[in-house]
Ligand binder design. Sequence first.
Ligand code: ACM
Length: 523
Amino acid sequence: MMKTSILRFILVLNTLFLAFNLIGAHSSMASDLTKAALIPKPVSIVASAGHFELKANAVIRIEEKSTEMQKVAGYLSGILNPATGFNVQVQAGGDVPSSNCILLVSGAKNDQLGQEGYELTITKEQIKLEANNPEGIFRGIQTIRQLLPARIESRELQQVSWKIPAGTIVDYPAYSYRGSMLDVARHFFGPNDVKRFIDLMAAYKMNILHMHLADDQGWRIEIKSWPALTEIGSTTQVGGGKGGFYTQEVYKDLVQYAADRYITIVPEIDMPGHTNAALASVPELNPDNQPTKLYSGTNVGFSTLQTNKEFTYKFLNDVIRELAAMTPGPWIHVGGDESHVTKKEDYIPFVEKVQEIVLANGKLMIGWDETTLSALKPSTVAQYWSKAENATRGVSKGVKIIMSPAAKAYLDMKYNPKTKLGLHWAGYIEVDTGYKWDPAQLVPGITKENVLGVECPLWSETVTNISEIEFLVFPRLPGYAEIGWTPVTERTWETYKIRLGNQAERFKIMHINYYPSQKVSWK
Ligand code: ACM
């Protein structure tokens, strides 16, 4: 008798405890701001007592009528409204509400914050987000997003108390170039897939989308002076599917969509190798004026432009001129990798001529690391992927380096021998391998001053749709975003893997098809 009532009492206690835990889990708020599982980890977090709670009729208050700030504030309300159902309104000017307010202050004139940094102050009454310009506000909004319970990412109404612990965050990036690359040439991905990719990058404060727009298997961007490039060159892809291309109108819409998220698109036309789609479309690019056959395999290094033909440079000037006109960002990427059938004595002056064409069209050149064989202007950037000696040669020529070491940063490398998608010529890249490196320490002789930033490229030989893209990109991309943003002194795998594990609920709510690596304890 006695025994049963004790047992019953324990059972009731246990149920109460479980229920309490469940309620706790539903609000899923870090108890103290320094415990928030933010990626990238901010430069500095100081906690204070209490919390802010976003409630119905909250206001996003911007300082003055700036169309750019209106847009950024509208982006924030677009994130907050579906899950909260609060119909959060943007208020330009006027009195700052005494509570339930997110105050966005652009024009802070704080040198420490630079172009993209922000300061976030959370009190019981308000969230105040300050930055030198709207770009910094946009990056800070990503932090607010991650501080709110994960269910803020739902597009349906959620019953959650929307609390954020009080304190202050001061934050700015280690590198100004933090990007990913999407190869739309091996397989073509439509504009909605690209926009999804952009949104996922933006959530982790990345600011560059490098689009690999032409390769042996396909030409993906409309060039009005050479319509055959897309009429013929866009019609296939790896495996023989129908491929596709972006009209200039669609491409400009992508550029704007990215710009609205403070992401610059870097367009790449790879040359002189990786050019079969162009060679199949424009007969005069070939030595005998005979077009090559379209190609849907995965070999590399078999095609080349004719470096000694004047026609080649007229053609390239047309392509680069039209591309530059669609590119508000500073860079045009001209590839230059794996030109195995171009003689070295032809390759070197070719790259120099192309560099002139890019500069004459008002843009700066980026090339893969092989381009450092040529004489490069100090404004040119080399992207290290393969040979350290190419990267150090670039540094000795005074150019900056984008760090994309294939064995660490290629998103198309398999996680391990058992994962199906991807390749493994540069090795297997588990989530920890992808995270545990420092762009300023990787190559002897290359220091932080020489490094423009970090990029994780996704080549698309093995991926055919957005779900397959996501499996290779997640959960590795947040790690590259953190390498680019967070000071190396603030980064350890041991703490990162806990913060990454805490992102699982967000990934699920955002319907991200991620690889649930066993290196991470997923929450
Ligand atoms: C490359 O992976 N060929 C740049």
